[in-house]
Design a protein around this ligand. Sequence first.
Ligand SMILES: Nc1ncnc2c1ncn2[C@@H]1O[C@H](COP(=O)(O)OP(=O)(O)O)[C@@H](O)[C@H]1O
Ligand SMILES: [Mg+2]
Length: 390
Amino acid sequence: MIALTDPDKGTRAYLAKALGSAVAISHHETVVDLEHALAMAPVAPAVAVFGPNVPLDDGLQTATWLQDRGTPTAAILIAHDLSAEVLHAAMRAGVRDVLPESHSADQLRDTVDRALGLASRVAGSTGTAPERLHSKIVTVFSTKGGSGKSVVASNLAMLLAEETGEEVVLVDLDLQSGDLAIMLQLTPAWTIYDAAENTSRLDLDALVGYLTPHRSGISLLAAPLEPALAETITGQTVQEILTLLTERFPYVIVDGPAVFSDQVIAALDVSHETVLMASLDVPSIKNLKLALQTFEQLGIGRDRTHVVLNRADSKVGLRLQEVEHALGTPIDVLIPSSRDVPLSVNQGQPLAIENRRSPVVASISKLAGRIRIPAHTGPKRGRRALLGRN
Ligand SMILES: Nc1ncnc2c1ncn2[C@@H]1O[C@H](COP(=O)(O)OP(=O)(O)O)[C@@H](O)[C@H]1O
Ligand SMILES: [Mg+2]
C-alpha cells in the first residue's frame, strides 16, 4: 500500500496515475489526515509519498514521526526546492528519497519501486537470517569508548563458536587502539596490517596465516601493533579482508572503534548485521540515537541492528522505558553490570569460557541466539573435542 499526501486533488490524481494501478493507494489531504489514518491502520503502508504541495516542515515532521514509531514505511518527498539544505534535512528526518517537482513518471515509479522492494524485504525478515545464508559479518559498534564493545565482541565470538560448533573469527578493527589481543592474552605474530600490506596477493590461505588462534577455538585478526600503521589500511582493503574471511568462517565478528572511521564504515557496508552498544547515561543514549540515524543513512535498517544496552542495571536514575522512549526504538538485549567483567578483562580470562554462570554471559548468549544462522543447529561434538585438544 502507498499513502499519498497532497492538499491538491489534481496533484494526487496525477501522482496516482504515474504510480500505476499495481499497488493500492490511499489518498490524504494533509499530514494530519495521514497520521490519523496510520494510527488506525492495522498494517502500515510500505511507502508514504509527500507531494510538492505539502509544506516541507509538515512532510519532514511526519517522516521523523514514522521513523520514531519504528514503522517500516519508507518516506518519499517531492520537493519544490531541492537545495542541499532540504536534502540534508530530509536525510535527518529519515526520508528514503527526495524527488524534484519536475520528476518524470518513470523516476517516480522507480523510486517507489525501490522503496517497495526494500519494504517487502524488511517485512519478509523475521529478525533471523534467511536459511540460505552460510556466513555472516557482524560489526559491534558504538560511538563511545568504554561502552563494552570489545567485551561483547569477544564473548559473542566465543559463545557463537561454542553454541554452533562453527568456526568464528574476531577482527579487531579498533585500528588505533585495539586491545583484543591483550584482553585475550595473545601475542600476535601478525596483524591486520600485514594482511592489508599484502592484499594484492592475498588468498584465503595467506589470510588465515595472519590469524592468531585462541584457546577457546576462535581466531583473532589483531589490530596493528603501532597506531600509526592504521592510516595505511583503506576501507576497500578492509572489505576485501572481511569478505575473504567469510569463505572460511561462518561468523566474522568485527570489533569497531569508537568513531565512524573510513575503515569501520567500509566494514558496516559489508556487514549483514550490526550490534550497536550504549550504556545507561544520557550522552551515550544520545550517541546511540545518532548512530542509528547514521546507520539508516548507510542503508543499515533497524531490522539489521541489535541494540544492546550495557550495564543496564546501573543505579543512575534512568528508567528503561524512558530510554526506549527517547530512542524511539526498543532495546533488544540488556547486559547487567557485573564485577565479573573487569575481573575477567584484567585476568585475560574470558567470561564465556571461564565463568559461564555469570549473568553477563547469559545476556551475551541471548545476543548470540539472535545472530546465529538458523541452519547451524548445534555443536558438532567431534570437532569441538578436536579443538579442545589443540
Ligand atoms: N557489563 C559490564 N559490567 C561491568 N563492567 C563492564 C561491563 N562491560 C564493560 N565493562 C568494563 O568497561 C571497560 C570497557 O569495556 P570495553 O569492552 O573495552 O569497551 P570498548 O571496547 O567499547 O571501549 C572494560 O574494561 C570492562 O571492565
Ligand atoms: Mg574496544
